[in-house]
Design a protein around this ligand. Structure first.
Ligand SMILES: Cc1cc2nc3c(=O)[nH]c(=O)nc-3n(C[C@H](O)[C@H](O)[C@H](O)COP(=O)(O)OP(=O)(O)OC[C@H]3O[C@@H](n4cnc5c(N)ncnc54)[C@H](O)[C@@H]3O)c2cc1C
Length: 360
């Protein structure tokens, strides 16, 4: 534990705690606006261990030099459908470098007591044993995965179930190093589905495809994302940002794109109006309302059996692309989110509709 003096925060306009995607992008945006910025994390130069995916139109928010793999995405949910929006998988090292600004002072430590006028808490999600997304993945050589996913392609969701049990889907994406991540995901469950169960389901699924990752140098990725965090912007001098602020989509677990999208405006607000102004940018009233609707969507998902889950996503990805985009990426698009949910409700058969109606 290190205090502000030890981490060298004295004299800073803003101290950003946390060196994940959210902390890095916000620190850069603050420095670009001439704010004296200190970035503090226990191991600020540690590599990001997660595989980050987002839509290509969102990856394009990254600064020059940030690399990513682009792929066409398909969904299997009661049929196969190619998605209009291209997908991107981040090359973490180049993204981290691109988000590094030379004027940001980087310190190893933890922020406990600091004197800066604005302290950004970008220290990530806190798991409270609530609803979680969990996933178990294997990074394998591309030829090993070829029967599941071809080069230049992503399996965004394959809802065919590998046996009985709670619904899980396969997520398969090309990695920047040429390998492929094959990941069995439990979208939302309280508590999160254990990794051992996910591993078993992944291996059963791959066996059905004739894939034996046991024979390869597979590397494991474990994912645990709390999904039911409330909107929380901080208080006093503290501005929360990224997963620490609850900026993770409750029904998908995605959060990187919103950090990229919001960082310029949050940094601008810090520069002109301090912590109070920045908090208004992080969680304006409309975004809070959208968050509540998305959490209602999450509550519906928790009640669905495997067949209904596949039906739900089959219908969702059959919606017009602008409706899909509104629900997945429109964090303050209240009308668009409500319209997407209404369209889904209208398209559903009665048993699924009843579930959706009960959870509003
Ligand atoms: C394995 C995994 C995979 C994910 N995949 C995706 C994805 O594909 N797409 C997507 O959009 N979202 C994804 N998410 C969800 C979410 O977007 C990520 O969690 C994202 O990393 C959030 O960024 P962050 O910077 O807010 O937090 P984090 O990345 O968690 O970073 C938090 C930072 O704070 C530091 N820290 C912790 N405590 C302190 C302290 N007291 N003082 C100073 N620093 C501290 C940590 O060391 C770390 O550097 C994923 C999450 C996980 C866990």
């Amino acid at each position: 534990m290190t205090d502000a003096g030890e981490v060298g925060a004295a004299g800073a306009d803003v101290v950003v705690a946390g060196a994940g995607p959210a902390g890095r992008v916000l620190a850069r945006e603050c420095a670009l606006r001439g704010l004296r910025t200190v970035l503090v994390a226990p191991r600020p130069d540690a590599r990001w261990p997660a595989t980050y995916g987002l839509w290509l139109d969102e990856a394009e928010l990254l600064p020059p030099g940030a690399g990513y793999v682009v792929a066409r995405a398909r969904v299997l949910a009661g049929g196969e459908r190619w998605l209009e929006r291209a997908y991107a998988v981040l090359d973490n090292d180049s993204v981290r470098n691109a988000l590094t600004h030379p004027d940001v002072v980087v310190r190893a430590g933890r922020v406990e007591e600091v004197t800066a006028p604005v302290i950004v808490d970008a220290t990530g999600a806190r798991s409270r044993g609530g609803v979680e997304q969990t996933a178990y993945g294997l990074r394998v050589p591309a030829p090993v995965a070829a029967r599941v996913v071809r080069p230049g392609e992503v399996v965004f969701m394959d809802w065919r179930q590998p046996g009985t049990g709670p619904p899980t889907f396969l997520y398969a994406v090309p990695l920047p190093d040429g390998r492929v991540l094959l990941e069995e995901t439990s979208l939302a469950r309280r508590p999160g589905l254990p990794f051992a169960v996910l591993r078993e389901r992944l291996l059963a699924r791959l066996a059905e495809h004739g894939v034996d990752p046991g024979r390869t140098e597979a590397e494991v990725e474990r994912v645990r994302i709390p999904l039911d965090a409330g909107a929380s912007a901080g208080a006093g001098r503290v501005v929360r940002f990224g997963a620490a602020a609850g900026l993770v989509h409750p029904a998908s677990g995605y959060g990187v794109a919103d950090a990229l999208r919001l960082a310029p405006a949050v940094a601008g607000a810090i520069a002109t109006g301090g912590a109070v102004a920045a908090r208004r940018v992080v969680w304006p009233a409309r975004a809070r309302a959208v968050h509540r609707l998305r959490r209602a969507g999450l509550r519906t998902l928790l009640t669905l059996d495997p067949d209904q889950t596949a039906e739900f996503f089959g219908l969702f990805f059959a919606l017009p692309p602008h409706r899909q985009r509104a629900y997945l990426s429109g964090r303050d698009d209240l009308a668009g989110t409500a319209a997407a949910m209404a369209a889904l409700f209208g398209a559903a058969r009665w048993p699924l509709r009843r579930r959706m109606a009960l959870r509003r």
